[in-house]
Design a protein around this ligand. Structure first.
Ligand code: DC
Length: 232
C-alpha cells in the first residue's frame, strides 16, 4: 500500500461536465457519501428568490447567507438540503435558480458563510465532494482530486436532456447560452474562481461516456492508494 486512502475526493469542473453523475457513481462504488456543494449555493439562491431579494445585491445576499439555517445531508444518492427546516431539494435545478446561484456564489461573504459547513461535512470522512473550488479552496489537502471538463456543446447537450427528463422546457441553444454565461462568471470571479487544481487528474469527457470516466477515476484511486497499477 502506498498511502492511507483519503477522507475526501474532490471533483471540480464547469457546469454540465458530468460532475454530479460521476460523483454519485464514484461514491456508490466506494460506498462513500456524495456531497453536491452547488446545491448549497442553489439553496441560498432559491431563498433569495423566495424572499424577493435580488441575488445581485451583495449586501442582501451576504446577510441572508449569514442568517440562513442550512441543513445538509450527504447520501450516496444525492445531497438533501433543508432551508430553515424545509426540504427544498426538489426545487434547486431550474434554470432560474441556476442563474441566481452563479450570481450569489460570486459574493465573498456568501463563500465565507458556506465554507465552514462544507469543511465540517468533509470531516465526516469518506466523502466525494463536487463543485468549483473543492480541490483549490475547500479541501486543498484532499488525497485525490479530479478536474472534469467537456466541450460547451457536449455539456449543453447533456444538460438539455437532463432538464427535459425533469420536465423543464427550453431549447438546447438557450441551455448552451446559459452554460457559456455561467462558465464566464464562475471562472472570472475574484474569489475562488473555477480553475483546475494543479495536482488534479484532468479528464475530458467530451467523447467518453460515464462508465469510461468512472473507470479512469477508479484506476486513479487504486493506483494512488493501493499501488495496484493496471494496464490501460
Ligand atoms: O454545480 P452547480 O451547477 O449545481 O452549481 C451552481 C452554481 O454554484 C455554479 O454556477 C457555481 C456555484 N458553485 C460554486 O461557486 N462553488 C461550488 N463549490 C459549487 C457551485
Amino acid at each position: 500500500m502506498t498511502a492511507q486512502p483519503p477522507q475526501v475526493i474532490t471533483i471540480d469542473g464547469p457546469a454540465g461536465a458530468g460532475k454530479s453523475t460521476l460523483a454519485r457513481a464514484l461514491a456508490r462504488r466506494l460506498v462513500w457519501s456524495y456531497l453536491d456543494t452547488g446545491a448549497l449555493y442553489r439553496a441560498l439562491a432559491l431563498a433569495c428568490l423566495d424572499k424577493g431579494l435580488d441575488p445581485g445585491d451583495q449586501a442582501a445576499a451576504e446577510a441572508l447567507a449569514a442568517r440562513l439555517k442550512l441543513t445538509v445531508r450527504p447520501t450516496p444518492e444525492g445531497t438533501v438540503i433543508l432551508v430553515d427546516g424545509e426540504d427544498v431539494t426538489d426545487r434547486l435545478r431550474s434554470p432560474e435558480v441556476s442563474r441566481a446561484a452563479s450570481v450569489v456564489s460570486a459574493w465573498p461573504g456568501v463563500r465565507a458563510a458556506l465554507l465552514g459547513l462544507q469543511r465540517a461535512l468533509g470531516e465526516q470522512g469518506r466523502v466525494v465532494a463536487e463543485g468549483r473550488d473543492m480541490g483549490t479552496v475547500v479541501f486543498p489537502s484532499a488525497g485525490l482530486k479530479f478536474f472534469l471538463s467537456a466541450s460547451p456543446e457536449a455539456r449543453a447537450r447533456r444538460r438539455h436532456l437532463e432538464l427535459l427528463e425533469q420536465g423543464v422546457a427550453g431549447s438546447r441553444e438557450s441551455v448552451l447560452a446559459d452554460i457559456m454565461a455561467r462558465d464566464e462568471a464562475d471562472s472570472t470571479r475574484a474569489v475562488a474562481p473555477l480553475k483546475p487544481p494543479p495536482d488534479a487528474v484532468a479528464i475530458d469527457s467530451t467523447n467518453i461516456d460515464v462508465e469510461a470516466v468512472l473507470n479512469v477515476m477508479i484506476k486513479a484511486f487504486r493506483n494512488r492508494f493501493f499501488a495496484q497499477d493496471e494496464p490501460d
